[in-house]
Ligand binder design. Structure first.
Ligand code: LCS
Length: 398
């Protein structure tokens, strides 16, 4: 009958078939969108047994739904985890995981170069419940080890980091975490499981903004956490059920569809990014280019060790600071001036004043987000067209 999921498949096959099986009820090959809030019970007794966890079954879409489940199964399969849980956004996944592990008085040790929203959650929002996040320079794992104390409940890292493309050694962080009996959480949004599988390097939990490469088409906001079944079950029946930050069936379906082309999209994003990084590297209006695939990237060796590819994100510093960056962003014609990333379309933005404006000015400088830093999410267009667009826009800088 075909479509029988096999753990030995290569990842591009997993992307297409990993959600497994035809729809049991109808044989539909495309995953149906179960656009329902509630599910009928066979009998009063069956309903009570499902509530008690003595019988399998769906109850209510805030707890589970077959379309969400198809996405979760696929993500667990791709990341090599036991189970996954979908959320309504990447931030819901990140905050959910941290809240599930911590209570007031606890702390988390985190790398300091993070998506600006994660930084805001860690430094403004979680402290309101007396959960402190200690952000340290994770490019040297000793800083992480030094910040751990008896109240530390997890290590959290983002690698490659948004937007500087700095890397953190996942294996080393996992060893530190396990020495202290705490989990390592990795935000794997930038590389996706296609290029990096943190659980296989010792991490315990992976989180994603599925809004990005997982969906891939810029039409969905979503998140997901992957890890051990016990942890994910607790997350589902605790934070997700009680805080309610779920994904809709339609959005879960868009992600299942997006994942089918993840492998070929990531290959193309990477091919394009490499060409563009090389082009920018020698451009007279560009000071420096940050892309882990360049041999000049200070952590190129680590990238080769823990990633199977370098992804589609580039940041670069233009000569002339913020003003020059603004000229560039106002002059692009093909590339869209917008936040978000990982879409098939190329997107450009200024982290210092947009995605990372949640950092205090002195903290921005400390983590390497300079005034002239521009972030480019390289799309899957023809690379010559992207380069021509950058070329004409860079030429507008005086
Ligand atoms: N983690 C990373 C690495 C991200 O880049 C983002 C969003 C999130 C988590 C949060 O995910 P969301 O809730 O938005 O699904 N990054 C964005 C960015 O760089 N521009 O706009 C959003």
């Amino acid at each position: 009958m075909g479509h029988k999921v096999n753990k030995n498949w290569k990842i591009s096959t997993m992307c297409v078939h990993g959600a497994g099986g035809y729809d049991k009820a109808t044989g539909a090959v495309g995953k149906p969108i179960y656009q329902t809030s509630t599910f009928a019970f066979e009998s009063a007794r069956a309903g009570a047994e499902i509530f008690l966890g003595e019988r399998e079954g769906y109850v209510y879409t805030r707890i589970s739904n077959p379309t969400q489940e198809a996405f979760e199964k696929e993500m667990a399969f791709l990341e090599g985890g036991e189970a996954a849980l979908a959320f309504g956004s990447g931030m819901a996944a990140i905050s959910g995981v941290i809240m599930s592990l911590c209570k007031n008085g606890d702390n988390v040790v985190s790398s300091d170069t993070l998506y600006g929203g994660s930084h805001q959650l860690f430094t403004e929002t979680l402290p309101r419940w007396d959960i402190q996040v200690r952000e340290v320079d994770g490019t040297d794992c000793r800083n992480i080890a030094d910040a751990i104390d008896k109240k530390t409940r997890a290590i959290y890292i983002e690698t490659p980091a948004n937007p500087t493309m700095s890397l953190i050694d996942i294996e080393q962080c996992a060893a530190i975490a396990h020495k202290h009996g705490i989990p390592l959480i990795v935000d794997n949004t930038f590389p996706t499981p296609y290029f990096q599988q943190p659980l296989k390097l010792g991490a315990d939990v992976v989180v994603h903004s599925a809004t990005k490469y997982i969906g891939g088409h810029g039409d969905t906001v979503a998140g997901v956490a992957i890890g051990k079944k016990d942890f994910i079950d607790e997350l589902r029946m605790g934070i997700l059920r009680d805080m309610g930050g779920i994904i809709s069936p339609l959005n879960a379906w868009l992600l299942v569809r997006g994942l089918k082309t993840l492998a070929i999209r990531m290959e193309r994003h990477q091919e394009n990014a490499m060409q563009i990084a090389k082009y920018l590297q020698f451009h007279p209006k560009v000071n420096s280019v940050f892309y882990p695939g360049l041999t000049t990237h200070p952590q190129h060796a680590l990238a080769k060790k823990q990633m199977s590819g370098f992804g589609g994100m580039i940041s670069f510093e233009v000569k002339g600071g913020r003003k020059a960056g603004e000229t560039l962003m106002n002059s692009v014609e093909l590339i869209t001036l917008a936040v978000s990333l990982g879409d098939v379309d190329s997107l450009i933005e200024h982290p210092g004043s947009m995605t990372h404006s949640t950092y205090a000015p002195e903290d921005l400088a400390a983590v390497g987000i300079t005034e002239g830093l521009v972030r480019l999410s390289v799309g899957i267009e023809d690379p010559k067209d992207i380069i021509n667009d950058l070329s004409q826009a860079l030429n507008k800088i005086n």
